[in-house]
Design a binder for this molecule. Structure first.
Ligand code: PEP
Ligand code: MG
Length: 588
């Protein structure tokens, strides 16, 4: 029987395909009953998984041997000894046989039991073993899932990706030709996983906590990224209805795509420059450069996150050069490494933090480890000789941080000049506005910055005190809050007074329902995932600057988010529906 699960609409569109489970934690794993005849098969699965994880660990240990300290090398030894421990194996097999549960559940239970014992020990080294044990369990479950999904992904069948989260590193391993939709247990509309799904143009629903428990690899499902709904085992009627929606969606997308090479200008002649966000060089390969003004945000950290160790300066230069070549002389805005918070770097040990989003992240981390910043800025400078590169600093909260970045830049340019290495001496240094207090000190910061770019994803999270990754409070994360709009106006006004350019590179820049309001607030540079470009451009071409100003003035003066949403529904939506001649669009 069909089951409908409600989550958060993260990326528009509909997808119909079998679900395939990717990674999960030990907390969300599927359960099924194993009969006496099935026990041997589970044993064989355990042997296979142990062999796979042992191989991965020894490969990794060998690969990192030169760059790891003694303590880190021992972590792998400790994990390998758990993996080959005869008692551990016996206990897992006994759990399968006696409790008649699948291997994943047996692993979950045995590890929980062992963990309880280790956690209660006085010795901190023994408590650390508990973490290793859990990690081994996660890797074993990962290996089991991988062998299950091989049956689907190896044959090039279309599938729906299901996992606890959609991680930046997943984007690198996915078969883009066959992934149709994404559904995750965690996350919100503005999580990095959701941002990635949207930029890949893959329909996605996030925040369905029970998805890994309720679904199984191979089960048919529908992802409705417009309504935030997943239908498991759909009926023939539901399938027919969604297939019809899929056809309509494709027809509308084709119509909207027609505008992408037309000028991005309002009917009364105001030019708005539309830039692309890129998560990696891969994104530039598929980019229609003629349709954009440049790259407004290159999230360099994703390339760092997909790797197993820091890329060297030369590797970074190669990557940034490829990005510059891809942009064909148009500006490329390289954001310096923005890890920490919700973007951990596996090979860089970060302390456990109670509030990582308020913790050691972005430029704070890079200024504490200046080697990272020096290497990256030097690489960007070397690549800048090829065209028009810009540097953007994330998570700035004080003028002094910008001044320190300027000093680094100054020192690097002096060194490069002295050694005759070519670079662009006029490279611009920009500041991301994500930390609310920065808005209040912009008049002090702007004289030391060449431009600002508003990272609304974080700015809204901090303004509203709502975690962008937490599905429980996702409803409260609403950038249409009049307070948010007033802050956006304050930033645009401050930049205008200082004669510096201000752009928006957070997700609202690519949300066409926002476009007239943002233009009305004074923004003439918007940077978004390329998939949004046609919609934003079409919207832009539908409202005069005067109308945009009026809409923004009304929105800013409103007293509730609901009122602003009503304004969008009554004043912006009808014109959009008329433009497209499709009511289907109103819900997206
Ligand atoms: C933002 O915060 O709006 C932003 C663009 O950065 P990220 O989404 O990568 O945190
Ligand atoms: Mg951010």
């Amino acid at each position: 029987m069909a089951r409908k699960l409600k989550g958060i609409a993260a990326a528009r569109g509909v997808a119909i395909a079998p679900i395939v489970h990717f990674h999960t934690t030990l907390d969300h794993i599927p359960t099924w009953k194993v009969t006496a005849e099935g026990v041997d098969a589970e044993r064989a699965r355990l042997s296979g998984a142990i062999a796979t994880v042992a191989k991965n660990l020894t490969d990794l240990q060998r690969e990192l041997a030169g760059s790891l300290g003694k303590h880190d090398v021992r972590i792998y030894d400790a994990q390998l000894s758990i993996l080959h421990d005869a008692t551990f194996r016996r206990d897992v097999e006994a759990e399968v046989g006696q409790q008649q549960v699948n291997l994943e559940v047996a692993l979950q239970r045995v590890i929980a039991r062992y963990e309880g014992v280790f956690a209660a020990m006085e010795n901190p080294a023994m408590r650390e073993r508990a973490a290793d044990l859990r990690d081994i369990g996660r890797q074993l479950v990962g290996a089991l899932l991988a062998s299950e999904r091989q049956k689907y992904t190896a044959d090039g069948i279309d599938y729906l990706f299901a996992a606890d989260e959609f991680l930046p590193s997943d984007a690198g391993i996915l078969d883009r030709a066959h992934i149709r939709g994404i559904v995750t247990a965690h996350g919100g509309k503005y999580s990095h996983g959701a941002i990635l799904a949207r930029s890949l143009g893959i329909p996605a629903v996030v925040g369905i906590e029970q998805i890994m428990l309720e679904s199984a690899t191979g089960g048919m499902a529908i992802v409705d990224g417009d309504a935030g709904l997943v239908v498991l085992d759909p009926s023939p009627e539901e399938l027919a209805e969604y297939e019809q929606r899929l056809r309509e969606q494709r027809a509308v997308d084709r119509r909207i795509a027609e505008v992408r090479f037309q000028p991005s200008v309002t009917p009364d002649g105001t030019h708005v420059h539309l830039f692309a966000n890129a998560e990696g060089v891969r994104d530039l390969e598929a980019l229609e450069v003629d349709a954009i003004a440049g790259i407004g945000l290159f999230r360099t950290e994703f390339a760092f996150m997909e790797r197993r160790q820091f890329p060297s300066e030369n590797e970074q230069v190669a990557m940034y050069r490829r990005a510059m070549e891809g942009a064909k002389g148009k500006p490329v805005t390289f954001r310096t490494l923005d890890v920490g918070g919700d973007k951990p770097l596996g090979y860089f040990r970060m302390p456990e933090e109670r509030n990582p989003v308020l913790g050691w992240r972005g430029i704070r981390l890079c200024l504490d480890w200046p080697d990272i910043l020096y290497t990256q800025m030097r690489a960007i400078l070397r690549a800048s000789a090829l065209g028009h590169a810009r540097i953007l600093i994330p998570m700035v909260s004080a003028r002094s941080e910008v001044v320190r970045c300027r000093e680094v830049l100054q020192q690097l340019t002096t060194d490069l000049k002295a050694t005759g290495v070519p670079f662009d001496p006029n490279i611009e240094l920009g500041v991301m506005v994500e930390v609310p207090v920065l808005v209040h000190v912009l008049p002090d910061v702007l004289p030391v910055a060449d431009f600002v770019s508003v990272g609304t994803n974080d700015l809204v999270q901090y303004l509203l005190a709502v975690d962008r990754d937490n599905q429980r409070v996702a409803k409260m994360y609403d950038p249409f809050h009049p307070g948010v709009l007033r802050v956006l106006k304050q930033i645009a006004d401050a930049a205008d007074t200082a004669g510096k350019s201000a752009s928006i590179c957070g997700e609202i820049a690519g949300d066409h329902w926002f476009t007239p309001i943002l233009v009305g607030l004074g923004y003439t540079e918007l940077s978004m995932a390329p998939v949004f470009l046609p919609r934003v451009k079409l919207m832009l071409r539908s409202f005069t600057k005067a109308e945009c100003r009026q809409l923004a003035a009304r929105a800013v003066a409103m007293q509730s988010t609901r009122e602003v949403r009503r304004l969008v529904q009554e004043e912006i939506q009808p014109r959009w529906v008329r433009q497209l001649g499709s009511n289907e669009e109103a819900r997206r």
